[in-house]
Ligand binder design. Structure first.
Ligand code: X8Z
Ligand code: ZN
Length: 596
């Protein structure tokens, strides 16, 4: 009996093997068609669940969204594994690209054991909710949201108050630590099932080049901009010493992280008034203008939309205005961290944002709308090509337009009467550099830290220490009070609990200057880059749209070439833009220490 069973099994095995080995091109095409149609449907379901959860954080919406997430993630994993059946089959380039992208299409690979897959999606949903519901409550029992604490960081000049807000927000994350550790273990297991060494390798494989080459590419880009960052750092440290004294800011050391105007010290323009060049102030303050004109949240979004339509893009659909969240609700918990959505893969576009009337959120609105216009531009692509050329491109579009919020544009809008004279450009450049140049090392370190965590180089006992080592090494900042492993400071930054990779923002910080240089050059060719604007420029709009509509269908260098004629990322675009500022910063800090 036993030997008959063996023979039957053997024959069945041979037949299956023969079928598999004969996988045909036709089957491969049919397989991908099924993958695309199934995943497209599931993505709509999971996006709707996630939208409701992010807008109404409750136990039940958490459970519903985890389930929907689990369904699509498990289906994606199964398809990615089944796809190996077609390994080695010769197929047209477009089809081969779809197979490659299928394997890369999830940033949260689930383990094959269904129980563990369920556990992973519940953990990630919970971490995001903990972040969304996070409040710091002081001794008097008053509680503050991240938005309120961020306002203190932006506006207060009292080191004690700044410290309390900085430290206060970091009380929300230690409870996530255990969940985070388990998430690392489970998601790594999923990544290994797909043939990657860990989740970090999966994330870094999505750039049309081997993971190691991509990491070397990041080092190259960072080396290009590092001298500019160091010049800005030296100048800001010098000015902060004037403001706060030796006791608080040392001459040669890292800058304490609570003094830079932002909860994570990632953008510094909120301290512009402390570092502004007296002789070169542009003479207007966009926050003040918006407030004086009583522009509200929706009014700000309308101005953002009008920038896109001025370039020839179609207006946003009516449903965008009906279904978006623009203002923080008073009566429920929402994820306030800004995001842009396309719920039906066609044109159910929305943003979700707790808008404040200020210059910073005016920029963020353009950023979010960039996502929405990209999503709509590639909606004709097959499902697996519905994405940006690489994730940095998605983050760069809205910011590119925002670089054209020049004095001339503000005159056109009727916000200011006349443009400040070119001698004031140092003030404008410095204000922008405090955001864009200061951001560069921050944009790198979040994933430098996570890649070490995913690979096991940094263990759970070293999470916080390794985090601050990177903060100091790249950003030249330090914690204002001693930290320990009972803290979990990475968890106080949205993208860590939310499992959103972060290198995309570093790339975007560079790409947006490349896009700007390429698009603005034609129109106002004689103007310096910081005065050139693509507002109302339909030729630039056409070129931009060509790139956006390609989605993920071609390797990113081709998309970049469609817009700029260039095929490599080039941080010289940043260096060129800020060249006059670099000269000025180095003059100001002559004889002062550099580095930390
Ligand atoms: O997270 C965002 C956007 C949503 S994709 C608001 N950004 C990064 C951040 O806030 O940390 C935009 C720039 C950096
Ligand atoms: Zn974004």
């Amino acid at each position: 009996m036993r030997s008959i069973t063996m023979i039957v099994l053997l024959i069945t095995g041979l037949v299956t093997f023969a079928q598999e080995s004969k996988a045909t091109l036709k089957e491969a095409q049919a397989f991908i068609e099924e993958v695309e149609s199934t995943l497209a449907k599931m993505s709509v379901e999971s996006a709707r669940a996630a939208w409701v959860n992010a807008n109404f954080i409750t136990y039940d919406t958490e459970m519903l969204t985890s389930k929907a997430q689990e369904r699509i993630l498990v289906a994606t994993m199964n398809y990615a594994k089944q796809a190996t059946r077609f390994d080695g089959l010769k197929m047209p380039e477009e089809l081969a690209r779809k197979f490659k992208l299928l394997k890369l299409s999830t940033s949260l690979p689930t383990p094959s054991d269904p129980k563990l897959a369920e556990e992973l999606t519940q953990i990630t949903t919970r971490m995001k909710s903990v972040y969304g519901k996070g409040r710091y409550c002081n001794e008097e029992g008053e509680c503050f949201t991240v938005g309120e604490l961020s306002n203190i960081l932006a506006e207060s000049r009292d080191p004690a108050k700044l410290l309390e807000a900085w430290q206060g927000w970091r009380t929300i994350s230690p409870p996530m630590r255990k969940d985070f550790e388990r998430y690392v273990y489970l998601a790594n297991q999923g990544a290994r099932d797909l043939g990657f060494s860990d989740l970090g390798e999966l994330w870094t494989s999505g750039y049309d080049m081997p993971s190691k080459d991509f990491q070397a590419e990041l080092d190259r880009l960072w080396e290009q901009v590092k001298p500019l960052y160091e010049s800005l750092h030296a100048y800001v440290r010098m000015k902060l010493r004037e403001q706060y004294g030796d006791e608080v800011v040392s001459e040669k050391g890292p800058i304490p992280a609570h003094l830079l105007g932002n909860m994570w010290s990632q953008t510094w323009s909120n301290i512009y008034p402390l570092v502004a060049p007296k002789e070169a102030d542009p003479g207007y303050d966009l926050t003040q203008i918006l407030k004086d004109r009583q522009t509200d949240a929706i009014g700000m979004v309308k101005i953002g939309e009008a920038f896109f339509t001025s370039m020839g893009f179609e207006a946003l659909p009516e449903t965008f205005w009906e279904r978006s969240l623009f203002v923080e609700p008073r009566d429920r918990d929402v994820v306030c961290h800004a995001s842009a959505w396309c719920l039906d893969n066609v044109d159910d576009l929305r943003i979700k944002m707790c808008i404040e009337v200020d210059e910073e959120d005016f920029g963020v609105i353009h950023h979010e709308l960039g996502h929405n216009f990209y999503q709509r531009a590639y909606n004709q692509q097959p499902f697996l090509f519905q994405g940006s050329a690489n994730d940095g491109f998605h983050e760069a579009v809205g910011d590119t337009l925002a670089l054209s919020i020049t004095p001339k544009y503000l005159v056109d809008l009727g916000y200011i009467e006349t443009q400040p004279d070119p001698s004031k450009d140092i003030g404008l450049l410095l204000n922008l550099a405090l955001d864009k140049v200061a951001f560069l090392p921050f944009g790198l370190i979040i994933d430098q830290w996570r890649w070490k965590v995913f690979s096991g180089e940094v263990t759970a006992e070293q999470y916080n220490q390794a985090w601050w080592e990177l903060r100091q090494k790249y950003q030249g900042i330090m914690p204002p009070v001693a930290r320990s492993e009972s803290d979990f400071d990475p968890g106080a930054k949205y993208h860590v609990p939310a499992n959103v990779s972060y290198t995309r923002y570093f790339l975007a910080d560079i790409l947006q200057f490349q896009f700007h240089r390429a698009l603005a050059k034609d129109s106002t060719s004689s103007a310096p880059l910081n005065r050139a604007s693509i507002y109302g420029n339909k030729v630039a709009g056409e070129r931009l749209n060509t790139m956006l509509a390609m989605g993920l269908s071609r390797p990113w260098p081709e998309a970049l070439a469609a817009l700029s004629g260039e095929t490599a990322m080039d941080a010289n675009a940043v260096i060129d833009y800020f060249a006059p500022l670099k000269v000025w910063l180095d003059e100001q800090t002559k004889g002062q220490p550099r580095g930390w």
